[in-house]
Design a protein around this ligand. Sequence first.
Ligand code: NIG
Ligand code: FE
Length: 421
Amino acid sequence: MLVTTATTTTTTITNIGELVTNDPAPDREGGKLGIIRDAAVLVEDGRVVWVGRAGDAESPTSAGPGHAALMEVGNSTQHDLVDAGGLAVIPGFVDSHAHLVFGGDRAVEFEARMAGRRYEAGGIRSTVAATRAASDDELRMRLAGFIAEMRAQGITTVEIKSGYGLSVADEERAVRLAREVTEEVTFLGAHVVPAEFADDRVAYVDLVVGDMLTACAPHSRWIDVFCETGAFTIAESRRVLEAGIAAGLLPRVHASQLGEGDGVRLAVELGAASVDHCTYLTDDDIAALAGSGAAGTGTVATLLPGVEFSTRQPYPDARRLLDAGVTVALASDCNPGSSYTSSLPFCIAVAVRDMGMTPGEALWAATAGGAAALRRDDVGVIRPGARADFVQLSAPSHVHLAYRPGVPQIAAVWKDGVRAR
Ligand code: NIG
Ligand code: FE
């Protein structure tokens, strides 16, 4: 490798058989996917600067087989030329829901569930004990491991929630460590009432909206609450979300995972970017979501198929949501209790097989849908100005993500224009 005083890095990815842009145009295919065939993408300093047909791309000119790095020494410009070999390139996955700051695991609980036991929110407390017992360095190393695992599987943006500390110091530590690896940090002090407050839940909610929020808000972008039987009531959830909003955080909600409730409508009423789980929805819930506004301003329904897979619950009905005009996202919900997967291709395959989504709808939901759930317009899309976050598949089409379940198909990953795998 040559050494240069390069100040500008440009990358051209060419010979892309199928480029999914999520930026529709009349001359592109696949509706919302905005597919370009025989495409190229130009990247400069971490941002997309040009997208189009490879034949229309300017310099650098043609790519040979394989990957070649061209460097202009002394010219302060480095050109990387990548030949995608006629395979598919898609936007990096945007995982808008994950709980990655925790100690221990719950394999024993999973095993018992697969032998017939029910999933209950109370299991969260065992992870709280393991998380409190872990050192900062242990949690940091776990987190780094999950980020590497996710990156290798094509996730280039991830939201990370607290929620396994449930004391002022332990929640502050969780959001602070999460902030070291992502901008999308969510304060979830209202995950469950911890054991030491079992007899005084009012005092716990007071703490969440008081000292805990004060300690966590500076590290966080989002406020979340688990609005569910066994976790927080609708009145408690409203209190938590309104306090978070008053502290400058943006709301998102866990609701309707284990049964119908009022959480979805509360989320819409408060202008939440997303309401997550949505497994048990009433017609009124669907109408509220559909009426909440377009992607980017309304409330996204984020579906988490890993949860239903790992808890043997019925899958949410994505088709019903899509047919009503609701914006749908897919996320991993990676956590040790209800969904210990960090694989969005897995979630896509399940959503296509069992939730009524087409392969294209599922891919959009795991990229642009996740971006909408995070109110981001710079990720989940490949267009000039967007972050250069891409995945090259070892397959000719995005359809193969669902068509070949369980098969590793992530050939290369770029994050901010830098090859991350
Ligand atoms: O999103 N539903 C609430 N929280 C997590 C589960 C956490 C756990 O069981 O540890 C979820 O599924
Ligand atoms: Fe969750």
